[in-house]
Ligand binder design. Structure first.
Ligand code: MRU
Length: 342
């Protein structure tokens, strides 16, 4: 992704350290953080320095690589096991996290007790995971761009952009490609309470790419559907089940209901790492519940009655019946069939 004219990825590995764009600072400040232990990476995922399903998958993969680099030989297996548990405990909903962590973990432990080799494999496996994830996102954008016609007004929710992935994005990869092809498009960006990933991050990415857009409050989408000003909805996903149900950022489900009522197509764009072939249906997906402070305060200022409780589920489930299709690098499939086809 281009940020102020320089090419970046959301996470990358350099000279034995993991680097990340600090997404909590954007768009007001731009900063890069460096990590040299898996504990620091776990904290960064928990605090959402890095967020977005494929991006935390890559961060988790690099977290295991850092564990392999830091571990003493005699404790290698236990150290890696602890790292895996700690990284997996950070955020429960996005399956990409366990795909990234487990890919590097499984690749590495095969080489015990050849420790120098195991360490080298850990770094290479993490780099391979991140590279594949990046390419998958690029390709799904090219595939999905066929759905976007000149003049389309697109609604997206949360940040399914380059920042939420290693690069390119999921829903925003489709939008980027359509824009690159010279299609005249306009994007409605849901602000995405309570952490404002839409208003802060999606709006920032679209502005950096010169893609026409406007931020709307989460509750304004219905008004634009009613005005017939939305031609297509594209979101990302944090987990896709065998039956085609998906989990994505809280508020996605109601956009899918609105889309169906208004006969507007609702698409989900996702890399292969977001499919969970062990998860039968939406009810089986663990939903992350975050701190009520995220709703009640912003940057330390109270936004709500301090002594009231607040409920903060970070994701919701959209049933396959509301999804027109799932955009993947292998093609666009009916939600029901997507897990079998990717
Ligand atoms: O809580 P976040 O910001 O990690 O949630 C991110 C989303 O829900 C995205 O829409 C999602 O990861 C899918 S697209 C990369």
């Amino acid at each position: 992704m281009q940020i102020n004219g320089t090419e970046y990825r959301s996470v990358w590995f350099e000279q034995g350290r993991l680097k990340m764009i600090d997404q909590n600072l954007l768009p007001f400040e731009f900063g890069i953080k460096e990590f040299s232990s898996y504990m620091e990476v776990a904290a960064a995922i928990r605090e959402m320095t890095v967020r977005g399903a494929p991006a935390i998958g890559a961060a988790g993969a690099y977290g295991i690589a850092l564990a392999a680099l830091c571990s003493p030989d005699e404790k290698f297996r236990t150290y890696l096991r602890n790292a895996r548990e700690e990284l997996l405990s950070t955020r429960p909903t996005a399956i990409d996290l366990s795909n990234g962590v487990n890919y590097v973990y499984e690749s590495t432990i095969k080489f015990i007790p050849d420790f120098p080799h195991a360490r080298q494999v850990a770094v290479l496996a993490a780099q391979e995971y991140a590279h594949k994830s990046e390419m998958d996102c690029l390709e799904l954008g090219i595939v999905g761009s066929a759905l976007i016609q000149d003049g389309f007004r697109i609604l997206t929710h949360c940040n399914a952009g380059a920042l939420a992935t290693v690069d390119h994005g999921t829903a925003l990869s489709v939008i980027r490609q359509a824009h690159k092809q010279g299609k005249n498009i306009f994007v409605y960006v849901d602000e995405t309470r309570p952490r404002f990933q839409g208003a802060r991050l999606t709006a920032f990415e679209l502005q950096q790419e010169g893609i026409p857009h406007a931020i709307i409050t989460d509750s304004a989408a219905g008004f634009y559907f009613w005005k017939k000003e939305i031609d297509i909805v594209i979101t990302g996903a944090d987990r896709i089940c065998l039956n085609g149900d998906i989990a994505n950022k809280i508020g996605t489900y109601e956009k899918a209901v609105l889309a169906q009522v208004h006969k507007v197509p609702f698409y989900v764009a996702a890399p292969k790492s977001t499919f969970d072939l062990t998860c039968a249906k939406g009810e089986d997906i663990p939903i992350e519940i975050r701190d009520e402070d995220e709703i009640k305060r912003f940057n330390g200022n109270w936004l709500a009655n301090p002594s009231s409780a607040a409920l903060n589920p970070a994701f919701d489930i959209t049933p396959e019946s509301l999804i027109t299709g799932i955009i993947t690098s292998s093609g666009i499939f009916a939600a029901k069939e997507a897990a079998q086809r990717v």
